[in-house]
Design a protein around this ligand. Structure first.
Ligand code: NAD
Ligand code: ZN
Ligand code: ZN
Length: 346
């Protein structure tokens, strides 16, 4: 089958032919109908050889929707042809975190050598994807695969971050979204669907701010030297009860810390390497700062439920498998507005 692989440190990913995967006992082989392209892959492909955490070559893609092609021995509850979304942050399934459905925080994944598809295990930007266990599949029956596939990360990750902030997002409150790309433009919609908060979106691109407004942001602010003052003004000086940073660079975490309100929270979701010092006097009183990773199995079911109810619509652009390297080039150049999705079977 054809697959998009990252093969050499620092090189661009390539479409290559690899052996067709076969499901072992308990595994499920999916015919991939849609696979999303995430900025995290760009970060992975920028890491140096020293300490690189995955084996190469690596088939990319950690957002997947597919149709069940072959069931491994012993798999129950699924039928050939069922259309499913893949829960990506695979864990052991049995530790205390996995027992709560929080496989993203599995206590034993590292020790057991369990990796998500596309982030250590063979990924979804291929004709077929091997899924380790049926519990990592959520039925999507009836939903469009292209519109649904980004929900598995670009939806699930902000869903988790927004859900934990909801007690602070009371009527009259403000939420700030920094970086309204793949994840951020979904975050704006989730905030509108799940809270009464006023949403202020920040980005460096006018085109992305236009998308943020189109999907429900009340205010948009260019992310520059004046951004902090503008957000403070828009909140009458008090700042925002919740700030979600989908860039995570030094400059944006500083902005996040400067616009958050007393007793507010900052979620650093982007992996841009920025750090926000926490200590008495460095932030407003009692601010909480978290750096969340992906979300739980239950939350994936919830965010797909929101999409089914019509509350979230991901803005997408599609590519064939042969065109997948171009999708990464465009994402790297900041040219993708919304989420790029690969459709391997055209
Ligand atoms: P994306 O490229 O689609 O979106 C990033 C957006 O940030 C773009 O719209 C860009 O214009 C904007 N931006 C860049 N610099 C900015 C600045 N200084 N101020 C404001 N906006 C700025 O990327 P994505 O796929 O949505 O991923 C976003 C980030 O989240 C990446 O760092 C990615 O690695 C990370 N991520 C983290 C998790 C997690 O579990 N923590 C999961 C998925 C993605
Ligand atoms: Zn991702
Ligand atoms: Zn576990």
């Amino acid at each position: 089958m054809k697959a998009l692989q990252y093969r050499r440190i620092g090189a661009a990913p390539e479409v290559v032919t690899v052996p067709d995967p076969q499901p072992g006992p308990g595994q499920v082989l999916l015919k991939v109908t849609a696979a999303g392209v995430c900025h995290s892959d760009i970060a992975v492909m920028s890491w140096p050889a020293e300490g690189f955490p995955y084996e190469l070559p690596l088939t990319l893609g950690h957002e997947a929707v597919g149709a069940v092609a072959v069931l491994g021995d012993g798999v129950r509850g699924l039928r050939e042809g069922d259309e499913v979304a893949v829960y990506g942050p695979w864990g052991c399934g049995t530790c205390a975190k996995c027992a709560e459905g929080k496989e993203n925080y599995c206590l034993r994944a590292a020790e057991l050598g369990i990796f998500p598809p596309g982030l250590g295990s063979p990924g979804a930007i291929a004709e077929y994807l091997l899924v380790d266990d049926a519990r990592h599949l959520v039925p999507v029956d009836g939903l469009d695969p292209v519109a649904t596939v980004p929900l598995t990360d670009a939806g699930l990750t902000p869903y988790h971050a927004v859900k934990r902030a909801l007690p602070r997002l009371v009527p009259g409150s403000t939420a700030v979204v920094i970086g309204t790309g793949g994840l951020g433009h979904v975050a704006v919609q989730l905030l509108r669907a799940m809270s009464p908060a006023r949403v202020i979106a920040l980005d460096i691109s006018e085109e992305k701010l236009a998308l943020a407004r189109a999907v429900g942001a009340h205010e948009t602010v260019l992310s520059d030297g004046q951004a902090v003052g503008k957000v403070r003004d828009l909140t009458g000086g008090t700042g925002a009860e919740a700030v979600f940073d989908f860039v995570g660079a030094e400059a944006t975490v500083r902005t996040a810390g400067a616009v958050v309100a007393v007793e507010g929270e900052v979620g650093i979701v982007g992996i841009g390497g920025g750090t926000l010092p926490v200590g008495f006097g460095s932030l407003p009183f009692e601010v909480s700062v978290t750096a969340p990773y992906w979300g739980s199995r239950g939350e994936l079911i919830e965010v797909i439920g929101l999409a089914r109810a019509g509350a979230v619509a991901v803005h997408t652009e599609t590519y064939s498998l042969d065109e997948a390297p171009r999708a990464y080039e465009r994402l790297h150049a900041g040219e993708v507005n919304g989420r790029a999705v690969i459709v391997p079977h055209g």
